[in-house]
Design a protein around this ligand. Sequence first.
Ligand code: SF4
Ligand code: SF4
Length: 632
Amino acid sequence: MLEKAACDGVVTAFDRADGLKPCPIGADGACCKMCAMGPCRLPKKKGGDEAGRRGVCGATPETVAARNFVRMIAAGTAAHSDHGRGVAEVFLSAAKGEAPGYGIKDEKKLLQVAMDFGVQIGDRPVNDIALDVAEIALSQFSTDDSLRFISRAPLKRQELWRKTGVVPRGIDREIVECMHRTHMGVDQDYQNLLMQGARTALADGWGGSMVATELQDIMFGTPYPILGRVNLGVLDPEQVNIVVHGHEPLLSEMLVWASRDPELLEKARANGAKGINMAGICCTANEILMRHGIPLAGNILQQELAIITGVVDAMIVDVQCIMQSLPTVAQCFHTKVITTSPKAKMRGAIHVEFNEHDAVASAKAIVSQAIEAFTQRKGEAMVPAEQVDLVAGFSHETINYLLGGLFRASYRPLNDNIINGRIRGIAGVVGCNNPRVPHDEVHVAMVKELIKNDVIVLQTGCSAMACAKAGLLVPDAASQFAGSGLAEVCETVGIPPVIHMGSCVDNSRILMAATAVVKEGGLGDDISDLPAAGAAPEWMSEKAISIGQYFVASGVYTVFGVTWPTLGSDELTKFLFEGMEDRFKGKWAFEPDPIEGAKLMIAHIDLKRKALGIDKARERVLFDMAMRRELA
Ligand code: SF4
Ligand code: SF4
């Protein structure tokens, strides 16, 4: 595709990354532009002379780097939480009967969330319960009390958060406090700043992101394992191709419905197409894959490439991870780039504002635009043949069901197999792609190394798509790539060794899965006791930093690759890589080499196994049929 891009005269993110070297001072977090006395650049000095490294106001490198880091957390939390707020607002409208097209698909989950929120259930009508749930969900953005979902965490973790003073209050308030404290001349103590960073990140993982995940499940259905396909080969030259891109499923759910509308299908056929083919990019794609099996055209770095195929008739974008280059790339083709959110417009794109009170009409209007574009195709089309099967849709609830069955839904088999050593540990490998490293390679190498060593991998976001393209998200991958212990378990249960749990906000599902393992018993009484680790080996987004910080503050050892944004201050970096562990029993690490990163995670997992006294249970036994049945 890059060769076709060059022939077509299109510049992609890969070209721009080659031509634009990162500023080394900014990359290390050593540049401050919080006021007009600066910007102040504080590069490390040869010979280690720290005395002269001060901003005009006297700010030290650790204060500057910590302020930058905390602002990244605030922005990441804002993005996830605004997504959650949007979902909660539509949920409220739906409960009031003011959003035709939306309703309650998963009543069981509604009742679960209602119980967590302390909403009275009894024999009240479902819509009344939903109304109370919606109001409490919206109040989470402004409450002065602690966030409700905090009570889902293991008790010991909640105690630790109370002791360290990081239990989050209203999500908006924590973000605002980050911005206040990082303003010129306010919080100058990097450790104090990072504690606010932790509190804000927890408001993301156990707040805004969890609100988004839970309410989406109630409205659109909790995902269950579903077969999908991934890579640019899912585009079909003979059909109207609509690619949805961004993060929020509010509109894309309706677009799925509209793409199957008989009237619009007839219109497509009347215009010479064989049908309407929907596909997705980034996390909007993950959302509709998990609930409808809609194929994935690719992850973030494939957004431009999808248009370059010449067969995308409309790319519908909502918010986050959308490259401003799209309208320019689309100029070389017939593709309509359509923005839909008032929060995210682009020069050169068509804006069709999505109205949740008339969602069906919004979706139909957009599909009609795509059909019109199909008639205007120009230039040479080239759709690569590559596409790969994957299984997605492993919510925390379906893992529970798959392992335990309908009548004894439980994480017991997972815990037992961790204790007996067939599964060495659990890793959450998530996050973005970054054109500073070869596309997807870092994710795939790390995940292969982990499963080879019997570590089961939970995934979300672009990372899940990278590994899906490498064929790791199908049950057959167990016998091909996993160690013998993990392969035995996967083959018995019929699951892949790499589990697709959804989009970036669905990292909250990983928190819930980790909590379920703790609550099942036998592996300690806190997330930090588990033989588990996290990673975002190709991260680039501020959301990734927020996710990493809430993993760390929840007790997880978390490894990032590519680059690390505080290297400008040794003292701050040491605190993140070592000091955080004293407070949260979780810590950060940085390792750009994916195999070395996996080794760090495995070493941490082994350390936890030792602390639990289960390190000796890993001798290999050949299994006969009866023993295999016992595993299930
Ligand atoms: S806040 Fe201080 S370090 Fe930052 S730009 Fe202003 S003077 Fe420079
Ligand atoms: S994983 Fe990163 S790049 Fe991919 S959609 Fe999420 S935030 Fe964007």
